[in-house]
Design a protein around this ligand. Structure first.
Ligand SMILES: O=P(O)(O)OC[C@H]1O[C@](O)(COP(=O)(O)O)[C@@H](O)[C@@H]1O
Length: 262
């Protein structure tokens, strides 16, 4: 397993990945609340905040802007699907690890839909990516999202523990999982992941307090941090939410103290 240290994805052993692949995964509808976020440059600017340890984007967004943001740690997502796809969950590999390294990535990301009819092919694709990433010494983040025919409840404690374990078994350095609803269930997922670190997925935009409380619970349960998109960039003042997350994730602040940043 690749050493998890302060040189790449983490700050003081903690992680805050700002995700901005929504234009592909969900479409421009995700930018309607704050229309300026349609412009990738606006969100690259947000990603320069000290709290952000990596910025997750697709290849096209990386190619167009990465050179202008040398201080942003680029996490290149290597597969993705649009919401227009109506089949069983699947995600097309659209970038190689070699090309990610060429574009300047400090880490790579891959979505695996465990339980989908396409799980076998996706796991095989991940094998190549994981081994190529080792060659390049790039950490691998798995968006481990059980989904599809084999999955009844994609956020149940047992499903999320399985998602975390699947990331370990297949060789990911970090498992990005949905919050399973309680600190105990998150702690169980963290146990299941063993040496693979766990980050919580942000999800759709919620109230400041509900969102920060779930982040706090996840950190207290042993998650190393968060991979978040909408709960940051769909706010009018995303930097203030990053200030609040910085307090919760790196400074062990209470939710009430963090809320003062907003
Ligand atoms: O597949 P879903 O659940 O719609 O969400 C996928 C999105 O969620 C993320 O994993 C995290 O972003 P959010 O914090 O906005 O949920 C993105 O990288 C991705 O675009």
């Amino acid at each position: 397993m690749r050493p998890f240290d302060d040189s790449d994805l983490s700050r003081d052993g903690k992680v805050l990945i700002l995700a901005y692949d929504h234009g592909l995964e969900h479409g421009p509808v995700d930018f309607e609340d704050v229309p300026e976020t349609m412009d990738p440059e606006r969100v690259w600017d947000v990603a320069t905040h000290d709290a952000v340890t990596a910025f997750a984007v697709q290849k096209g967004i990386a190619e167009a802007y990465a050179d202008d943001y040398p201080d942003v740690n680029l996490l290149l997502k290597l597969n993705g699907t649009s919401n227009l796809w109506m089949g069983e969950p699947d995600s097309a590999v659209n970038c190689s690890v070699d090309y990610a390294a060429e574009v300047g990535a400090g880490a790579v990301g891959f979505t695996l839909y465990g339980g989908s009819n396409h799980e076998v092919e996706m796991a095989e694709e991940f094998r190549d990516i994981q081994e190529d990433a080792r060659e390049h010494d790039l950490p691998v983040v798995m968006w481990s999202y059980p989904r599809g025919q084999g999955v009844k409840d994609d956020t149940s404690p047992s499903t999320i523990a399985y998602a975390a374990r699947q990331a370990l078994e297949l060789g990911a350095d970090i498992a990005k999982v949905k919050y399973p609803g309680s600190p105990d269930a998150m702690a169980h997922a963290v146990d299941a992941a063993g040496p693979t670190k766990v980050v919580m997925s942000g999800g759709s935009k919620t109230s400041d307090e509900a969102f920060l409380s779930s982040v706090k619970d996840a950190i207290d349960a042993g998650a190393v941090g968060l991979a978040v998109g909408r709960n940051v960039f769909q706010r009018e003042e995303p930097e203030k939410m990053l200030d609040a997350l910085e307090a919760v994730i790196y400074e062990e602040a209470s939710v009430d103290a963090a809320l003062e940043h907003l």
